[in-house]
Design a protein around this ligand. Structure first.
Ligand code: ADP
Ligand code: MG
Length: 257
C-alpha cells in the first residue's frame, strides 16, 4: 500500500460522520413529527438545534440514541445502524450521553453514586477506579465538594453539572443535550453553559437543543433550525443569525432575540 492511499483511508475514517440520519420519518399516530430528516454530524462538531416548541427537536435527539424508534429512514452512529435491543443498544446508550431538561438524577443515591453507577454496572469498572474517575469528573464540572451529598441538597445548576458528569463517566463518543438550562433559575444558566462550552472546546461531538443564542453563536459549528418536523436551515451561526433565509426562522428569531 502506498503512503498516499494509507493517508486517504485514514482520512476516510476520520471524515465519516459520527451521527448520520438519512430520510428519517417519525409519526406519533397521525402526527408527522420528523419529516425526511437528513443530518450528518462530524466528529468534534457542535450542532445547536433551535426551533419552536413542538417542532420535533426532542424527538430528533431521542431518535439518535433510540429512546424513540423511527418509522422509516436510517440512522447510523459511528458507521453502524442503530441497534434495536440488547447489549448493542445498551452500548449505544453509553456511547451517546444524554442530558435532559430535568436532571434525572437518582434521588436516593449520592452524587458520587449517581456518577459511578453506569461505569460499574454497564462498563464493569472496578468500584475504586470508577469512584476515582467520578471524583475527577465532578472536580472538572466544579462540584467536587458536593460528591457525598444527595441531589436534593444541590442547586439546579449543580445537579445539572452532576448529570453532565454522569454522562461523561460512560466515556461517550457524543453528547446530546435537550434544553439543559431551560429548567434552571437564570443565575445558574451560566455555570452549566460554561461546562458545555469547555466540553465543546475539548472536541466533544455535541448536539444541543437550546434557546441560549449566546451559546449557539460562540460554541456551535452549525445551527439547525427546525419547524414542523423539518430541518429548515443548517448554517454556521454567524451566517444563520446575520441572514436567516426562511421566513419562519426570521419570525422565530424576531421573537426570541
Ligand atoms: P420539541 O422538542 O421541538 O418541542 P417534540 O419532539 O417534543 O418537540 O414533539 C414534537 C411533536 O410530537 C409535538 O407535537 C409533540 O406534542 C408530539 N409528541 C412528542 N412525544 C410524543 C409522544 N410520546 N406521543 C405523542 N405525541 C408526541
Ligand atoms: Mg423538546
Amino acid at each position: 500500500m502506498t503512503e498516499r492511499s494509507e493517508a486517504g483511508e485514514l482520512n476516510g475514517t476520520t471524515d465519516q460522520p459520527l451521527i448520520r440520519l438519512d430520510g428519517v420519518n417519525k409519526w406519533f399516530g397521525p402526527l408527522h413529527v420528523l419529516q425526511d430528516v437528513d443530518l450528518s454530524v462530524r466528529r468534534g462538531e457542535v450542532v445547536v438545534v433551535i426551533g419552536p416548541s413542538g417542532s420535533g427537536k426532542s424527538t430528533l435527539c431521542r431518535a439518535i440514541n433510540r429512546l424513540e424508534p423511527i418509522n422509516s429512514g436510517t440512522i447510523t452512529f459511528d458507521g453502524q445502524p442503530l441497534p434495536a435491543e440488547g447489549r448493542p443498544l445498551a452500548r449505544l446508550r453509553s456511547e451517546v450521553g444524554m442530558v435532559f431538561q430535568s436532571f434525572n438524577l437518582f434521588a436516593h443515591k449520592t452524587i458520587l453514586e449517581n456518577v459511578t453507577l453506569g461505569p460499574i454496572k454497564v462498563r464493569k469498572e472496578k468500584p475504586d477506579a470508577a469512584r476515582q474517575r467520578a471524583r475527577a469528573l465532578l472536580d472538572r464540572v466544579g462540584i467536587g465538594s458536593q460528591a457525598d451529598k444527595f441531589p436534593a441538597q444541590l442547586s439546579g445548576g449543580q445537579q445539572q453539572r452532576a448529570a453532565i458528569a454522569r454522562a461523561l463517566a460512560m466515556q461517550p463518543k457524543a453528547m446530546l443535550f435537550d434544553e439543559p438550562t431551560s429548567a434552571l433559575d437564570p443565575e445558574m444558566v451560566g455555570e452549566v453553559l460554561e461546562v458545555m462550552t469547555s466540553l465543546a472546546g475539548e472536541g466533544m461531538t455535541m448536539v444541543v437543543v437550546t434557546h441560549e443564542m449566546g451559546f449557539a453563536r460562540h460554541a456551535a459549528n452549525r445551527v439547525i433550525f427546525m419547524a414542523d418536523g423539518q430541518l429548515v436551515e443548517d448554517a454556521p451561526p454567524a451566517e444563520f443569525f446575520a441572514n436567516p433565509r426562511s421566513e419562519r426562522a426570521k419570525d422565530f428569531l424576531s421573537k426570541i432575540l
